[in-house]
Design a protein around this ligand. Structure first.
Ligand code: TXA
Ligand code: MG
Length: 350
């Protein structure tokens, strides 16, 4: 390797201590560097409170097409545009319905994406040719500072190859996208761990297109009325392609089961290596002596479980297991987004 060659992707360390009003100088420099790469048309994976996003200038169609290429994402699946505040969001929207205003006021900055009619300035490639644009104002301090320094909106899908498991650490991003991107802004693991709630405010009543960290109850309470929920009638157009079929899928076959130990023993008896993701209460004693079983227990509360779920799946894929058996999570609204992601990961691929 030539001395002047720079390894890709560059890792820009930007650790921002929880609760600090300002970043340490090294993090501030990393954020400035990332802003410079982005302003020059580069692609940078950025931390958000949900998952890492693969960011590029949203209003530059050539940059956006490189995002699609790096992910191997079909052109029919639109991207979320990230902004620093509601003022910047409204510049992308042809209209700003009352419902969007209420949700932005209540949940931004935060893990909620709002779909509104798009302005012509938003390139068609961002919205997959559709009449609406999805906008999110992230809460992560590094993402916020980056958007402020840059002063321009960023298109950022999750920073993984299309259909794969979203990344919650810089290492996940590097393993999945590697040299296809210019840099990774590394701020440590993401706090929320699953992708934002997507709510379509271009219709009335608003409709939840993807369940996420902010639940339906909280949105209905903010709006003072009912919303339509995800998973309704199948639509001929891809209203939110993240809702269709298999998605968020590991390399290994993933199954949900109420009795994970027994199911894992079935797989082990066939000579396969098995990963088990279980709740704290699961009885896994029958697997204690199994050499080909890798056990991971996740927290019993939905926020903790969501935070750690994708890292557990990534680590089992890395361990080379053939199958992942996930103990079925509880029912009820707080577990809704987790059940959604797990059931999509469990759909058998082509
Ligand atoms: O938490 C998140 O939302 C992360 C972080 C990086 O912000 N981003 C993310 O992006 O999950 P992505 O591209 O992996 O998922 C975006 C979802 C997809 O299901 C997409 O189809 C949907 O949002 N979407 C984007 N634009 C839309 C639009 N105009 N109308 C309906 N759905 C849209
Ligand atoms: Mg994604």
């Amino acid at each position: 390797m030539q001395a002047e060659e720079v390894a890709r992707p560059r890792i820009l360390a930007a650790h921002w201590p929880a609760g600090a009003a300002e970043p340490p100088p090294s993090a501030a420099r990393a954020i400035d560097e990332a802003a410079g790469i982005l302003a020059g048309g580069g692609l940078v994976a950025i931390p958000t409170e949900t998952v890492y996003g693969l960011a590029g200038l949203a209003l530059d169609p050539a940059v956006v097409s490189r995002i699609f290429a790096a992910k191997g994402r079909p052109a029919r699946n639109p991207l979320i545009v990230h902004v620093a505040d509601t003022v910047a969001a409204r510049r992308l929207a042809a209209s700003w319905p009352d419902s969007a205003n209420t949700i932005a006021a209540r949940f931004w900055p935060g893990p909620v994406t709002i779909v509104v009619p798009r302005r012509d300035e938003v390139p068609a490639i961002v919205t997959a040719g559709g009449p609406t644009v999805a906008i999110r104002c992230p809460a992560h301090p590094v993402a916020r500072r980056l958007l402020e320094v840059l002063g321009r909106p960023l298109a950022a899908p999750s920073a993984n190859r299309s259909m794969g498991v979203s990344p919650t650490t810089a290492a996940h991003v590097a393993a999945s996208l590697g040299t296809a991107i210019d840099a990774i802004l590394d701020a440590g693991p993401c706090d929320r761990g699953i992708e934002s709630t997507v709510i379509d405010c271009s219709c009335s009543p608003p409709r939840i297109l993807r369940p996420g960290p902010v639940g339906r109850d909280a949105i209905e309470e903010a709006l003072g009325g009912p919303v339509a929920a995800a998973g309704g009638e199948p639509s001929p157009v891809l209203r939110s392609p993240g809702l269709t079929g298999r998605h968020y899928a590991p390399r290994a076959t993933l199954e949900l089961d109420d009795a994970p130990a027994a199911r894992a023993l079935d797989w082990l008896a066939r000579g396969l290596r098995v990963g088990i993701i279980a709740l704290p209460t699961a009885d896994l004693a029958s697997l204690a002596a199994a050499k080909n079983a890798v056990l991971i227990r996740l927290p019993g509360d939905p926020a903790g479980y969501a935070r750690d779920l994708y890292a557990a799946i990534h680590s089992l894929d890395d361990a080379g297991v053939d199958a992942i058996v996930v103990e079925s999570p509880p029912t009820g609204e707080p577990w809704n987004a987790i059940r959604d992601r797990l059931s999509r990961a469990a759909i058998r691929g082509e």
